[in-house]
Design a protein. Sequence first.
Lengths: 659, 247
Amino acid sequence: MTKLNSKIPAGSIENKWTQYRSTVPLVNPANRRSIDVIVVGTGLAGASAAATLAELGYKVKCFCFQDSPRRAHSIAAQGGINAAKNYQHDGDSVYRLFYETVKGGDYRSREGNVHRLAEVSVNIIDQCVAQGGPFAREYGGYLSNRSFGGTQVQRTFYAAGQTGQQLLLGAYSALERQVGLGTVQMYSRHEMLDIVTIEGKARGIIARDLINGKLERHFGHAVLLCSGGYGNVFYLSTNAMGSNVTAAWKAHKKGAFFGNPCFTQIHPTCIPVSGDHQSKLTLMSESLRNDGRIWVPKKKDDNRKPADIPEDERDYYLERRYPAFGNLVPRDVASRAAKERCDAGYGVGASKMAVYLDFAANTIRYGKIEAHKKGLHNPSDEEIKHLGKEVVKEKYGNLFEMYEKITGENPYEMPMRIYPAVHYTMGGLWVDYELMTTVPGLYALGEANFSDHGANRLGASALMQGLADGYFVIPYTISSYLSNEIRTKAISTDHEAFVEAEKKVKEQLDKLMNIKGSKSVDHFHKKLGKIMWEKCGMGRNEKGLTEAIGEIRTLREEFWKDLRIPGIQNEFNPELEKAGRVADFLELGELMCMDALNRKESCGGHFREESQTEEGEAKRDDEKFSYVSAWEYKGAGNFEMHKEELLFDVVHPSQRSYK
Amino acid sequence: MNLTLKIWRQKNSKEAGNFVSYNVTDISADMSFLEMFDVLNEQLISKGEEPIAFDHDCREGICGMCSMYINGRAHGPAQGTTTCQLHMRKFKDGDTITVEPWRASSFPVIKDLVVDRSAFDHIISAGGFISVNTGNAKDANNIPVPKDNADNAFAAAACIGCGACVAACKNSSAMLFVSAKVSQLALLPQGQVERETRVLNMVKQMDEEGFGSCTNTGACEAECPKEISVENIARLNREYLLANLKK
């Protein structure tokens, strides 16, 4: 059972990382020049890793499927990034960030990894500011902070609602600087389609040039997958249209174990689905919950306009159920509570699958404060509303505009309608403390790995983890492996392993093109998404999951019999790209359901209906499930589970309570 | 609603392209412009025809990948809006809509509505950065930045690199794009060390990529989905002049 060695260093939690950094074997600068590293993906993890490794002197090849590395989906993160700076003097510390992240992850993450994350969080902000990241500032010129769901300190740094954009553009500029210096070779509009292994080690990739369809072989002493999460297995998610699991899944099929595949984060504040044409869902930053109150009518099927429903006929259900945290409970709790109200028939809007996020009360509160500042003694209601609206606009203007563009409704005048949507996947390739998968020389960084968020990710910590992995962790941990590779000469891509891998990729592409059936890729993707959302989404039970596995298998058979891809292989062919990705989602979906079936407890974002308290809250089962499930691929539809037991030396698991 | 679409079709960079007309029916006002394209493409696939290639990714107005020239305007009729955030409620039943790719010699067409914007990456790699290796940075609050400067730098940094400014410009000038990055970094204390070399190198690269000159028509600002101000172009000119004087 113990195929898994997490390689957590010995010593006290505060010293593990320092000790590790001080003793890890190094590669001397002269040797780095002859070592090739492949980086797949250019989001926060990939761009920061590629830039940093190139700065250190390694030869880097970097790949992305978009037309420019600047477009990776990290760019869409809105709210912010956590760092234990304690600039607000409100009791924050590395320990507190570590503790809250372990607790927020519902005790399903590794203490050692999370403490390291909290430690380097402070360096990340320094680095991003030094790069020219235009973060929000106070009038004194110092950095501004806000609080985010699930925390009681203000440790979140932000750039309006575009924090991800500013962080990514910082990493992108560092990457482009290295491209200009010739230390990184950038391959845009390229998609990785397989990992090449030689004698058990990762030695390169097969990539497809998406413009002319040609397959290419690339050698690397090590390969880093920074390819993001797999939320698009649900078809509708807040991910970009191109976000996919392909790189990670190909690695899985070449021997990398997949950790906690069923841990998906459903974000509570997204714009609801408007119809069958819906192609993606849009998040409304969690920061809105700082000033918005969430409610539904107390009466079922209440069709009155929200403004016509009097205060005492509204159910502010989060404030009612969780008075200590109210609207700021963690994402998993807020999402489940919204689903509960809608399933019980209290939902609002045409679809009845939405709840209100209302800014009216805080607009008035801000208006009164502003009026006071301006010395207005008897301001009219109109004046107060106007002044308050200005404050709200300053804080959330771009989000309100985006909401109005999408829905056609003005959120300054009526409450937003929101509903939970798939946002992030905590699961991913299993990695050890050094971020290496179970394939030597193959690493996974950022959302592509499973490591730091346990069963639920707290707000503003995805950006933190992506950049921690790329800027501050991998540059140290990779030398543990590469210091033993300095004698390995670059392997020719004529090596039979490359030839064989390319042949297999070509066969799969031929197979897809030759089905010549009648249904489009989207047809199958939408069907898969529906199965996953209904049976492996926010609420899960044994019966549903068992059914889902059968349905996915049937759907997969249909896919391989009846798919239609127009055009030809050796040209720019987006339908072919999508087909390859959906083929992988159709395999991953099955594994997610198997993992969910195995985990007979409710924890984090994952609510197993058979495991709940009398009050209907999630019931975790530490006796039986305090482990990471790491799945090994054993051939089509066949997976073996390995367990990595989780040990808690510092933070003792308790049932989370936000009441 | 029912619509007629006149769409630019071009097989690849070598072959000539032409407009082809299509009809779409039962389009909902709540659809995004790209979701309307999804409907059209599903229709084409079911008829055994090739779907229309277009760039898109995040579909929430921030990645800068979508790039359609709609009825003679970059990203279509809505102010400060990317194509993916344009919704069909801006159109009415019976409309004919013309859709072209970005047109600029520095952005060659790859297929249909997809163009190659790698010239923008080359400009950034010529100087659109602050040379700070990972680990060099000092404590973030050691560099106070006046709020106005921080806010102006942020407004310039909101550029998504979509290329609408180039597409909208009769000279295919990339001045708004370049000026946004130059301004962001020139406004911040962190950007001072490389202030002169940055602007000189970026402008040089911009010229090498074949972008045209700026004749101050302001079309770029009018069509920019992030409403980047032409004041940045004035700042770029000032920076460029000063850097040349100091050379």
